[in-house]
Design a protein around this ligand. Structure first.
Ligand code: UDP
Ligand code: MN
Length: 241
């Protein structure tokens, strides 16, 4: 039977948001048996987002998952953590026992082959992520079909030096770890989450032809501050003449 993929997308209000979600939604429209959990870093569920999401025809839930103010004022903020925690809580509260969990940020790029790779994840699967760090790739290293080490330009003493988009988890496996969580600790979210589900290196299922193919990229959109102040100033300036 074709497992359902629970695709968790943290998103947040900024001027790029609709463009990012349009591109991602139109990728996900091509995927069978996918349930989209869209968790917005916002105090309210923006009705315009619902309108956008309705149009894709993808089954989804739209959660409001604001980052606690305490973390927002930090120097490096834990981006997307409140969102992913809300998604984990939603899966737990809805008693979802089967399926595959995947964390797919709103600005990443996904090859459709990724979905057929992760769909039969038994416990935890892993695969390369392109456009990460100084090495331009983060990937498990596979020998004789087993993950033996990791290639990542920012080891930072992590046990699991992988990107959020570089693994998938089976939900019946996840259920065995009621304390599974993701901390508000920028840079260490993946490591701590994988520790919280007691991952063992021998249990990792390498995907994407023994981690030799790239099916997901950590693309980033150039951010521009919404130029409202400039507009206001220009209007003021023009009105003087
Ligand atoms: N994000 C969020 N709130 C924020 C900043 C980011 O919910 O204040 C989300 C964002 O939409 C993305 C994820 O968290 O899905 C990771 O953020 P971003 O892509 O900015 O981080 P990067 O990829 O640069 O590490
Ligand atoms: Mn990103």
């Amino acid at each position: 039977k074709l497992q359902i993929i629970y695709f968790v997308t943290p998103t947040y209000p900024r001027r790029e948001q609709i463009a990012e979600l349009t591109r991602l939604g139109q990728t996900l429209m091509h995927v069978q048996n996918l349930f989209w959990i869209v968790a917005d870093d916002s105090d309210v569920c923006n009705a315009r987002l619902d309108k956008l999401l309705d149009n894709f025809g993808i089954p989804y839930v739209h959660l409001s998952s604001p980052m606690p103010y305490l973390y927002r004022s930090q120097k490096t903020i834990p981006r997307g953590v409140s969102n992913r925690r809300a998604a984990l809580a939603w899966i737990k509260n809805n008693n979802i026992k089967d399926g595959v969990l995947y964390f797919g940020d709103d600005d990443n790029t996904f090859d459709l082959r990724l979905f057929s790779e992760i769909r039969d994840t038994q416990r935890v699967s892993m695969f390369p992520v392109g456009l990460i760090g100084d090495y331009s790739i983060s990937s498990p290293i596979v020998k004789h079909g087993k993950v033996v080490a990791f290639f990542d330009s920012w080891p930072a003493k992590r046990k699991w030096p992988v990107d959020m988009a570089g693994f998938a988890v089976n939900l019946s496996y996840l259920r065995k770890y009621p304390n599974a969580t993701m901390p508000y600790k920028a840079g260490y979210e993946e490591d701590a989450f994988l520790r919280s589900i007691e991952l063992k290196i021998d249990n990792i299922e390498p995907k994407a032809s023994d981690c030799t193919e790239v099916y997901v990229w950590h693309t980033q959109t150039t951010k521009t501050k919404a130029p409202l102040i400039k507009i206001a100033n220009d209007v003021l300036e023009n009105s003087k003449t």
